[in-house]
Design a protein around this ligand. Structure first.
Ligand SMILES: [Cu+2]
Length: 146
């Protein structure tokens, strides 16, 4: 009698479930893609195009530390709510990365909570956030494991 599942089918099932399992792993996302974290790129648009993002996904902010005259320094702040996000109001914002943290492999932020995250560059008293468009919002979704 032939077994109900052949060896080849068995291997296929293992491969399929392995790839489904891989889908369940958190991703590492470089903010802005190849643009990295700089003045004048539309990060709201970028976030929209790269959604959905999921819980435990890591965002990587890459920007050069200040090096004399050639680069404008950047930073990463978490704004408190949607209102302060819209207004680029940093009064109660929390700094998560200073001007040097984005160098090398960048600054990594893991989204561990099921909440909206409002990120913005805090340099230039809101100028980078407002005019430079260096802000975006993410609401990470829970991943489904089947
Ligand atoms: Cu900036």
């Amino acid at each position: 009698m032939a077994s109900p599942i052949s060896y080849a089918q068995g291997v296929l099932i293992i491969l399929l479930s392995a790839s489904m399992f891989a889908v369940g792993f958190a991703k590492t996302i470089v903010v802005g893609g190849t643009e990295n974290w700089h003045f004048g790129f539309n990060y709201t648009n970028w976030a929209f195009q790269n959604s959905p993002m999921y819980l435990n996904d890591a965002l990587v902010f890459k920007y050069d530390p200040p090096n004399g005259s050639t680069t404008f320094p950047h930073s990463v702040y978490m704004l408190r709510d949607f209102r302060s996000f819209l207004a680029c109001d940093f009064r109660r914002a929390k700094m998560v990365a200073n001007v040097t943290h984005g160098g090398g492999k960048g600054f990594k932020f893991v989204m561990k909570k099921w909440q909206p995250y409002y990120f913005a560059c805090g340099e230039g008293s809101g100028f980078h956030c407002n005019t430079g468009m260096m802000k975006f919002a993410v609401f990470p979704l829970p991943r489904c494991h089947f």
